[in-house]
Design a protein around this ligand. Structure first.
Ligand code: FAS
Ligand code: PHB
Length: 391
């Protein structure tokens, strides 16, 4: 089989790239290891930056998002049992975030690509990438027990943190930055109407908790836990009890509970591999970088990389100019490191660390109090959260 762009991975990065290329007549084939049902049911992120929602809308795949998504104009910071709203839109000239599950974005992109005759090979696991420094790279993959080859001009490695693309780059080429945080998130999806109209980021002496949403009937919540935590230690009743303790306020706010549909533990990691290119291989999304989810950036960075890569490939195919392709890695990394820093800032400001000193605890509360009481400090949070337009 042959195509112009071989895309490994049908996550937000790979699907967005395939969709944007197709709108400019550039052919691609997406190789996806898992089956369609698995990919469309995988519960992950939930917050779309203004730029991500705008891109999906402008490229003709935002109709259901606009029907079913929830536009939010603020978030709440909660600490010392007090509630503090951060008015995101007031502080950023009207920009908003869209609450719309990542799996819904993936469903919309898959449906749009297949309806347009796009090729997404499910159950197709990429095994090896060859000829990356030549003009005719090859992706070797297996599907239905058969070994096959996909010849192409360019390979887009959109296969996530554990994929084969980054591993195909020879040793010594990449500089890797890796930080594992000393905690994780226990996340639940619950069949209960959200107890809040906007996201609540709560810091308590027991640890961090986040109340997010998916719909008027479905809540998404997380609580900080140990990195080696076992789900078996967290029956539903204990999860709800711990969330109540961490969200407790002096004004008697209450958390409604209900059946937990799904629970999982996500490690907290900051990771960047530079450069995001090796010859005819371009890395995008989690294949190149991981950010702690406190900043709600992972999905948005993946879509952002795909947008930059699509623009570069469109220019290359249209005019032969490789300028944007040559600038791809640097262009993405400037935004990646801004998001990495914001996610680190939100994570360290809101989580507690074992064996931290009293002064570290007080410094954290002073930081939270400053963000909640200073327009300048709150604007820093707001403009990063809705997504910067400058980079
Ligand atoms: P993805 O990992 O989404 O997609 C990569 C795809 O490549 C997968 O479908 C995989 O099956 C496929 N693949 C891998 N190897 C392959 C191979 N050899 N051949 C073919 N296909 C292959 N971000 C947030 O902002 N907020 C959150 O709350 C949040 N929660 C998360 C929870 C979990 C458990 C995880 C793992 C991530 C979470 N993230 C969150 C981050 C997440 O949203 C990612 O940033 C986002 O999925 C990145 O998209 P992609 O780069 O497309 O990678
Ligand atoms: C989510 O809704 O899954 C979500 C929201 C905000 C975050 C992380 C996850 O920072």
């Amino acid at each position: 089989m042959r195509t112009q762009v071989a895309i490994i991975g049908a996550g937000p990065a790979g699907l967005t790239l395939s969709h944007l290329l197709a709108r400019h007549g550039i052919d691609s084939v997406v190789l996806e290891h898992r089956d369609r049902d698995y990919v469309e049911r995988r519960v992950r992120a939930g917050v779309l930056e203004q730029g991500t929602a705008d891109l999906l809308r402008a490229s003709g795949v935002g109709a259901r998002m606009d029907r079913e998504g929830l536009v939010h104009h603020g978030i709440e910071l909660r600490f010392s049992h007090q509630r503090h709203r951060i008015p995101l839109s007031d502080l950023t000239g009207g920009r908003t975030v869209m609450i719309y599950g990542q799996q819904e974005v993936v469903k919309d992109l898959i449906q749009t690509r297949l309806a347009a005759g796009g090729q997404i090979l499910f159950g197709a696991e990429a095994l090896a990438l060859d000829g990356l420094t030549s003009a005719a790279p090859v992706v070797r993959y297996q599907q239905n027990g058969e070994r096959r080859e996909l010849r192409c001009d360019v390979v887009a490695g959109c296969d996530g943190f554990h994929g084969v693309s980054r591993a195909a780059i020879p040793a010594g080429v990449l500089t890797v930055y890796d930080h594992e945080y000393p905690f994780a998130w226990l996340g639940i999806l619950a069949a209960v109407p959200p107890s809040t109209g906007e996201l609540i980021y709560a810091h308590s002496e027991r640890g961090f908790a986040l109340h997010s949403l998916r719909s008027p009937e479905i809540s998404r919540l997380y609580l900080q836990c140990r990195p080696d935590e076992e789900l078996a230690n967290w029956p539903d009743a204990r999860i709800w009890d711990e969330l109540r303790r961490r969200f407790a306020t002096d004004d008697g706010w209450t958390l409604a509970d209900g059946p937990i549909l799904e629970k999982g533990i996500t490690p907290m990691r900051g990771f960047v591999a530079e450069p995001m290119r090796y010859g005819r291989l371009l890395l995008a999304g989690d294949a190149a970088h991981i950010v702690p989810p406190t900043g709600a950036k992972g999905l948005n960075l993946a879509v952002g990389d795909a947008r930059v890569l699509a623009e570069a490939l469109i220019a290359w195919y249209r005019s032969g100019s490789a300028d944007l392709l040559d600038a791809y890695s640097a262009t993405c990394l400037r935004r990646v490191w801004r998001a990495q820093h914001f996610a680190w800032w939100m994570t360290t400001m809101l989580h507690i660390q074992e064996r931290e000193s009293d002064i570290e605890r007080r410094l954290r509360l002073a930081q939270l109090d400053y963000v909640a009481s200073s327009t300048a400090a709150a604007t820093t949070l707001a403009e990063n959260y809705v997504g910067l337009t400058s980079i």
